[in-house]
Design a protein around this ligand. Structure first.
Ligand code: 3PG
Length: 400
C-alpha cells in the first residue's frame, strides 16, 4: 500500500477487500476488533484523497440477500471509528452500489453490502466467480487486499478480483504476514502452542505440521475430549469426533517419537448439560479428573489443576501461538480456563501470538488489554492455514 500511496490515489476509486465478519448479537456488534484492524488502510487511503469502497463478507448467507447478515451495523461502526460519514450501499454490485460509488467525493468512504449475498462470490465455478469479479471490478480503479481473515478463501473478491485490477496489500495483511512469518521461519524456542476450540478436524492439519515445529502442544477446549478418548479415557457426553480418533492416536505416537510434549487436561469442569448462554444462569459445574468423567456429564472447561499446569508449560516459552478457547468462555462458569491461558500469555516474557476470531474475541470480551499480547491475529482459519504452510489464494493473488 505504501507503493500505491506514493504513486498517488487522489480521486481514484480504491476497492478495499476487508474482513468485517464481526460477531453480532442481533444488530449489535459484540467485538469490533476486525473493524478497527482495517482502519489504518482505510484512513490512509481516505486521507490521500481516494474514493474508498470497502467490501466484506459477514457470516455465511446462502448466496442471496438475508437481512440477518447485513453489513449495515459494521458500516455504521466503521463510520464511528473513522469519525466521518461512511455511506452504505444496500447491494454489492447493483444500482445502489453503482450510484453510491459514483457519488463519492475524494476522501469519502462507502461500504457495499455483504459480498456473500451474491452466489458468484463463493462459487466453485471459475466462470461464475469471474463474472461476479467483473462486476466488482467495474466499481473501482485499484484493488487493496486487507481482509486477512479471508485470504484462505478462493472467493471472487479475494482471488479473482485482484487479477482484474492493479493490486496491493493493505497494512493489515502486511503486518499479519510479517508476524506469522516469524512463527514459520527461525522461531525462537521453546515454541509452545496452545490449541482449543471445538473442532478437532479443522485443526488436524495444523497439528500435523506443528509436530515438526513446536516443542510443546497444549490441548484444551472441545477438541481435548477426542484426545482424552484416544488416550483410552471415557468422556461422558462431551464433544467427541469419533472418526478422528485414529488420526489423533497417530499424532500422539508421533509426538512421543519426536520428543514433542503433547499436554492434555488433567482435570475438567463438567455438568449434565450445556450452559444457557443467553441467560447465563449459574451452571454449577463440578471438577473431575480427566480420566473420570461421569457417563452422563459433559466437559465444558479445563479444571483448576490444568490451568496451573498449562500456565507452567507456557511460563518458559520464547514463542507462543494460541488458537481456540479452552472452554465455553461465553459463560462465566466456564471462562476460567481461557482466562488462565490468556493471563499466562500476558505473563510470558516470550513473543505471544493469539490467532483466531474466537480467541481474539475471548481476549477482548474477557477484559484483557490486547496490547499486552505480542500480536492478535484477525485470522482464524487463515492464520492456521498460513502456519500449515499452505498457499493462500488471497496472498498468492497479491504477490505478483
Ligand atoms: C473468519 O471468520 O475466519 C473469516 O471471516 C472467514 O470466514 P469464513 O470461515 O466464513 O470463510
Amino acid at each position: 500500500i505504501d507503493e500505491l500511496l506514493s504513486e498517488g490515489v487522489d480521486g481514484k476509486r480504491v476497492f478495499v477487500r476487508a474482513d468485517l465478519n464481526v460477531p453480532l448479537d442481533g444488530t449489535a456488534i459484540t467485538d469490533d476488533g476486525r473493524i478497527r484492524a482495517v482502519l489504518p488502510t482505510v484512513k490512509a487511503l481516505a486521507e490521500a484523497g481516494a474514493r474508498v469502497v470497502v467490501a466484506s463478507h459477514l457470516g455465511r448467507p446462502k448466496g442471496a440477500p438475508d437481512p440477518a447478515f447485513s453489513l449495515a451495523p459494521a458500516a455504521a461502526r466503521l463510520g464511528e471509528l473513522l469519525g466521518s460519514e461512511v455511506r452504505f450501499a444496500t447491494d454489492t454490485v447493483g444500482e445502489s452500489a453503482q450510484s453510491t460509488v459514483a457519488g463519492l467525493a475524494p476522501g469519502q468512504v462507502a461500504v457495499v453490502e455483504n459480498l456473500r449475498f451474491n452466489a458468484g462470490e463463493t462459487s466453485k465455478d471459475d466462470a461464475e466467480r469471474g463474472a461476479f469479479a467483473d462486476r466488482l471490478a467495474a466499481l473501482a480503479d485499484v484493488y487493496v487486499g486487507d481482509g486477512f481473515g479471508a485470504v484462505h478463501r478462493k472467493h471472487a473478491s479475494v482471488y479473482d478480483l485482484p487479477a482484474r485490477l492493479p493490486h496491493y496489500a493493505g497494512h493489515l495483511i502486511a503486518s499479519e504476514v510479517a508476524v506469522l512469518k516469524k512463527l514459520t521461519e527461525d522461531v525462537r524456542r521453546p515454541y509452545v502452542v496452545a490449541l482449543g476450540g471445538a473442532k478437532v478436524s479443522d485443526k488436524l492439519a495444523v497439528i500435523d505440521q506443528l509436530l515438526d515445529k513446536a516443542d510443546r502442544l497444549l490441548i484444551g477446549g472441545g477438541m481435548a475430549y477426542t484426545f482424552l478418548k484416544a488416550k483410552g479415557h471415557e468422556v461422558g457426553i462431551s464433544l467427541l469426533q469419533e472418526d478422528q480418533i485414529p488420526v489423533v492416536k497417530e499424532y500422539m505416537e508421533r509426538a512421543e517419537k519426536k520428543g514433542v510434549e503433547l499436554v492434555l487436561p488433567v482435570d475438567v469442569l463438567v455438568a449434565p448439560e450445556f450452559p444457557d448462554l443467553r441467560t447465563k444462569a449459574p451452571a454449577n459445574p463440578t471438577t473431575v479428573a480427566a480420566d473420570a468423567i461421569p457417563a452422563d456429564q459433559e466437559g465444558l472447561d479445563i479444571g483448576p489443576e490444568t490451568r496451573k499446569l498449562y500456565a507452567s508449560k507456557l511460563a518458559d516459552a520464547a514463542t507462543v501461538f494460541w488458537n481456540g478457547p479452552m472452554g465455553v468462555f461465553e459463560h462465566p462458569d466456564y471462562a476460567e480456563g481461557t482466562k488462565a491461558v490468556a493471563q499466562a500469555l500476558i505473563d510470558s516474557p516470550g513473543f505471544t501470538v493469539v490467532g483466531g476470531g474466537d480467541s481474539a474475541a475471548a481476549v477482548r470480551t474477557l477484559g484483557f488489554d490486547e496490547t499486552a499480547f505480542g500480536h492478535i491475529s484477525t485470522g482464524g482459519g487463515a492464520s492456521l492455514e498460513y502456519l500449515e504452510g499452505k498457499t493462500l489464494p488471497g496472498l498468492a493473488a497479491l504477490e505478483d
